[in-house]
Structures are given as C-alpha cells and as structure tokens.
Design a protein around this ligand. Structure first.
Ligand SMILES: NC(=O)c1ccc[n+]([C@@H]2O[C@H](COP(=O)([O-])OP(=O)(O)OC[C@H]3O[C@@H](n4cnc5c(N)ncnc54)[C@H](O)[C@@H]3O)[C@@H](O)[C@H]2O)c1
Length: 359
C-alpha cells in the first residue's frame, strides 16, 4: 500500500514536493490552501484528485498518512501541530518555525503522536552534500574545526510588503529564510552544542527596489517591509568549533553564492553553488571539493556528481516518504530543528542587543 499524502499550501514549492513524493511511490490525494482558487489551480496542474480551502477538511480524509506544510512561516507550527494531533506524519518547509519555542512544541507533539516530523532542509539532499557526507563519515576530513556558511545575494529581495518581508509573518529576513547553509555546516559538523553567538544584521537596502530578486513575487503596496537585508555573525560551540555566517538578500557582493567551506584536521572541503545571474537556478555552477596534504603536496580533489537543478528539493521530499516506510534514515530530525532555531533566535537577539548571546 502506498503512503497517502496531502499537501497544504499551493505556492511555488508544491511542484518539488509533489515530484519527490511521487518519485518515492507515494500517492498525493489532496491539496488544501486558504485560497481555494489556488488549491484548485494546483490540483488541476499537478493532477491531484481533491482540493480544499480548509486544512481541517484535508485532515479528515480517510486513510491519509502524511501531510506536507508549504505555507508562510508563521503557519508552520500551528498547521504542523494540527496535523500531528490528527495523527499524520509531517514534512514541513523550512524554516522549522518562527522561534525555538515553536520548534520545541512541534518536537513534543511529534513524540506524543509517535509520528515522523521532518523539515525541508533540501540542501542536505543535493548530490554534492551526499558525496561530502560520505567523505566526512569515512573520516577523510578528520574533525571539522571551522566552517563558513554563506548564502549571499546581490539583488535578491523577494518582493516588498509580501509575507517574506513582514517579520510578523516570516520571523525575519534572509537569516531565517536562507538558513540552509547554516544548517548544512552544522550537519557536516554533526550538530555540536552551541555556546555563543555574536552577530549583526543590516537593513540599508531593504526598502530599495533596485535590490529586488527576479522571481516575480509581487510587491504588496500597503504591506510591511521590516526585516534585515543581510546578517553576519559567528557561532562558537562548546566543543571549540566555530562557524561564521554571511547571509543576505541584498549586499554589495559580486554574485549570488551558496556555499559551505570547512577546515578539518585531515582535510578541508567545499560545497558550493555559484550563480551566473542572481536567482536564476539554470545559470548555476555546482562544486564539491576536498583539500588535503598528501606526500608533502597540496592536493585538491573535485568530486563529480550528477547535476540537480532542484537543489535537492525532490530528493528531500522522497526521503520523507522513504523514512516513513523505513527504507531510508531521515535526512534531519526535530532535535536538529530545535538546535537550529535556538541559534537563529540568539543571532537576532545578538543583533538587536549589540552583545554576544549565550545559548
Ligand atoms: N526549500 C526551499 O527551497 C524553499 C523555497 C521557497 C520557499 N520555501 C518555503 O516554502 C513555504 C511557502 O513558500 P512559497 O514560496 O511556496 O509561498 P507562496 O506565498 O508562494 O505560497 C504560500 C501558499 O500558502 C497559502 N496559505 C497561506 N496561509 C495559509 C494557511 N494558514 N493555510 C493554508 N494555506 C495557506 C497561500 O494562499 C499560498 O498559496 C515557506 O515556508 C518558504 O520559506 C522553501
């Protein structure tokens, strides 16, 4: 019997979730969206049999095993909690929640319901990340001492006044939106326990339309734009390890770069996506590299992996289904989501207080 999945939220990410669930053999039975018309359009386009304007209607469907939650960040925790209480496995888009407190409530609800709760940290499911993780697990890089997590854009503000730029709906700007590389660096380091965060956010360009991204997210004339356009910071772990981060939607950099570089006791590494044109995935060049000293020489290895224009998004959704079926280990856990949200909370706190924050 195939797993029956319902999708909540008919926005831009739905097609990747749908493709991933189907690739793993699941059946998509319905889509729900607060905007009934959007649900109908998605159901026609993606050939999903049923559509609803109410999440509760979808959750009532007999035989439904799981849902994916693809709505603005403010609704991740409430909808995930509703679904877990209804006894469904949950695959939730990133960020896990608006705050660590919400993420803890989700973690607890999943334990109580004895259901799988996973998040779409799709960059862990990129071919480059799978390859790098193989080397890390084999001990090829030794202990990772330090890492640099970067997702930087020159002109990548996702519209003005929509939910992405309204803190009450999104929880923040690029720091919380583009948290993938921070997550990936922590994943490579096996999620060490954080101790201190020192960070600063910047908002110089957040009202400047010259810095808008190319995705066609409409501006909302009377909407609120009150988030940062860039964040720089440093996280020190109890183990002595350290991560520096640079995350921006808008900043005076050469081009969009998405990368984790790290330095280990036996080798260094880099997983990187460089964009030819900011925001245009089809202009991207991916890299997976290892740096070692061998026979007294510096050796650089470039690992060839298959191209994945979806940045792991379909593979990540497929992993959720395989996790429920018990055929794959989950690519992420609720504990990691809580740890990540604690770091995000502390990063915003450090930026607003101007002080280092102890976690
Ligand atoms: N993993 C990735 O690469 C990636 C990329 C983009 C967005 N996202 C995440 O996906 C989520 C959705 O982003 P998007 O770009 O698809 O947004 P979107 O604005 O395109 O779509 C969101 C949809 O949710 C619906 N919605 C809003 N509130 C709802 C509610 N309470 N109940 C039911 N439906 C509701 C809206 O009507 C809309 O159709 C966000 O959390 C975002 O961070 C992830």
């Amino acid at each position: 019997m195939s797993i029956k999945v319902g999708i909540i939220g008919a926005g831009g990410m739905l097609r990747y979730h749908a493709a991933g669930f189907r690739a793993a053999g699941a059946e998509i039975v319905a889509v729900a969206d607060a905007n009934l018309e959007a649900a109908k359009r998605a159901s026609d386009r993606e050939k999903i049999p049923l559509h609803f304007g109410e999440v509760a209607e979808l959750l009532k469907l007999p035989g439904l095993d799981a849902v994916s939650v693809i709505v603005p960040n403010k609704y991740h925790a409430p909808i995930a909690l509703q679904a877990l209480k209804a006894g469904k496995h949950v695959f939730c888009e990133k960020p896990p929640a608006m705050t660590a407190k919400e993420a803890v409530a989700m973690q607890t609800a999943a334990k109580t319901a004895k259901k799988t709760l996973m998040f779409n940290f799709n960059n862990r499911a990129r071919p480059e990340s799978y390859a790098m993780m193989d080397y890390i697990k084999q001990g090829a890089v030794g202990r990772i001492n330090s890492a640099q997590a970067k997702w930087i854009r020159r002109t990548g503000i996702p519209g003005f006044g929509g939910w992405f730029t309204t803190k009450a709906l999104s929880g923040g700007g690029p720091l919380i939106d583009l948290l993938h590389m921070l997550d990936l660096s922590l994943y490579f380091m096996d999620y060490p326990e954080p101790e201190w965060v020192l960070a600063q956010t910047f908002n110089d360009f957040i009202q400047d339309k010259a810095f808008k991204g190319p995705w066609g997210i409409p501006d909302v004339a009377k909407g609120v734009t009150d988030v940062e356009n860039a964040c720089h910071g440093m996280i020190k772990f109890k183990t002595g390890q350290i991560v520096s981060l640079q995350i921006s939607w808008a900043e005076m950099v050469k081009r969009e770069e998405v990368s984790v570089a790290f330095q280990g006791t036996k080798g260094g590494g880099l997983v990187q996506r460089l964009f030819g044109i900011d925001g245009m995935e089809n202009t991207a060049i991916d890299a997976c590299e290892l740096y070692t000293q061998e026979n007294g020489r510096s050796v650089n290895r470039s690992v060839a992996v298959p191209a994945d224009e979806t940045m792991g998004r379909t593979r990540s959704a497929a992993n959720f289904v395989a996790t429920i079926e018990g055929t794959e280990a989950p690519l992420n856990t609720p504990d990691q989501a809580v740890a990540l949200m604690k770091i995000i909370d502390a990063t915003y706190k450090s930026a607003s207080t101007g002080k280092p924050v102890k976690i």
